[in-house]
Write a protein that binds this ligand. Structure first.
Ligand code: ADP
Ligand code: MG
Length: 386
């Protein structure tokens, strides 16, 4: 965990003035996978681990950035028209700054010192935590107020235009807008959100990192996006009013599915059924029907494994092992897939045994070591004032 005082002290030593302190959380997606770029529904939860940014304004337009996690320091000038691409991680910070300026905001220069407790590259979205915490810091130091959705969109543009990751808006929305004690239901088309309470008396959320990330993740991600677009183009001939898979009802899909090539058909079936599951899961959570929620998580995993084909043998092993353990409510892979994490709902009494046994059996089956996190919900981005 980040020692806030030590971070502020370090800033003072490094940059010579006392900083303000900002943070934004990572997230875990409970259900609604590969639906965001299909204009669909997602249900992430911000977690109680954050990226912290200690920050002070400057009188010029220079932004100096140090990440303690990478032990590197760079600077860029907001008045330089061209970005210099100095380091991959800097693109997230420079990207969010330049995206904010591109939508009409004038930022002051700043010194930023970054430290994170979100595992980096582990599927809990350290990248959005970085974009949103740095974005909030830069805006606040510049005394500019913009709404949180715009901040999230600036983070997303940083990933699209500077990092080269063509992702949906879920991670940034969770980092910017979520509340402790709640999951964040998000309609990715209208960007409407709703907080849905998570009762920690009856469920614990356990994230299990398979510690495997297959290299094909990003090329396969782009391929899935294309396959969905092909599906829409074909279904549009029968259903001219649709613009995304979000608009296709299951009964219309069943009626016209024969017109789709076999692979495209399965990709579409995943997205259409996952949207329906996510809507139902949100309803079940509202009604405190955790058993039904858990079943939907398991169905989601099956669909991602068989129809969307984005799981991995390690993720499948983690879900299969979890299913057999006492206290399991539901389990599924979470995130883009091809490795990464599973998310598990577990009855609180069973957590210790669940975690120990899952880790042991995973090791036996795959000869790999899993990392387990007992995750609590967290608040969206904020300035920390003492
Ligand atoms: P995830 O978002 O799941 O953690 P990504 O690959 O999307 O994985 O983002 C990880 C990248 O984000 C890192 O490789 C790094 O470039 C950047 N990043 C995240 N956290 C930090 C940090 N604390 N300091 C510097 N860069 C960071
Ligand atoms: Mg990321």
């Amino acid at each position: 965990m980040v020692d806030r005082q030590a971070l502020q002290q370090k800033f003072l030593e490094m940059f010579g003035s006392p900083p303000r302190l900002f943070r934004a959380p990572g997230r875990v997606n409970l259900i609604g996978e590969h639906t965001d770029y299909n204009d669909g529904f997602v249900l992430p939860m911000a977690i109680d681990r954050s990226t912290f940014v200690a920050a002070a304004p400057r009188s010029d337009r220079l932004v100096r950035v140090c990440s303690l996690d990478f032990n590197e320091r760079y600077a860029f000038d907001l008045d330089d028209a061209e970005r210099q691409s100095q380091a991959p991680w800097l693109d997230y910070v420079e990207g969010v700054a330049r995206s904010l300026e591109a939508c009409g905001v004038t930022l002051k220069g700043a010194d930023l010192l970054i430290q994170s407790e979100v595992p980096i590259g582990g599927g809990l979205s350290s990248s959005a935590a970085l974009e949103i915490s740095a974005g909030l810091a830069l805006l606040s130091l510049s005394e500019v107020a913009i709404d949180r959705v715009q901040l999230a969109q600036a983070g997303q543009r940083a990933e699209h235009d500077y990092v080269g990751a063509n992702i949906g808006l879920m991670d940034q929305m969770a980092a910017a807008l979520a509340h402790r004690g709640y999951a964040l239901f998000l309609d990715c088309r209208t960007l409407e959100t709703a907080d849905i309470a998570i009762d920690t008396q009856t469920t614990a959320v356990i994230v299990c990192d398979s510690n495997v990330k297959h290299a094909l993740a990003s090329s396969e991600y782009n391929k899935r996006r294309e396959e969905c677009e092909i599906g829409v183009a074909i279904l549009k001939k029968e259903l001219p009013q649709i613009t995304a898979l979000r608009d296709v009802r299951m009964k219309d899909f069943q009626r016209y599915q024969e017109q789709l090539p076999e692979v495209i058909r399965r990709r579409c079936r995943h997205v259409i059924s996952e949207n329906a599951r996510t809507l139902e899961a949100a309803q079940m959570l509202r009604q405190h029907n955790l058993a039904a929620f858990g079943q939907l998580m398991l169905q989601s995993h099956q669909s991602l494994r068989d129809d969307y084909e984005v799981s991995s043998s390690e993720l499948d092993a983690l879900v299969e092992i979890a299913r057999q353990l006492p206290g399991l409510i539901g389990a599924r892979m979470t995130g883009g897939g091809f490795g990464g994490c599973t998310v598990n709902f577990v009855e609180p009494f069973a957590v210790e045994h669940f975690c120990n046994t899952l880790a042991t059996r995973y090791q036996q089956v795959t000869k790999r070591t899993a990392t387990l996190y007992h995750i609590h919900s967290g608040d969206g981005a904020e300035e920390l004032k003492d």
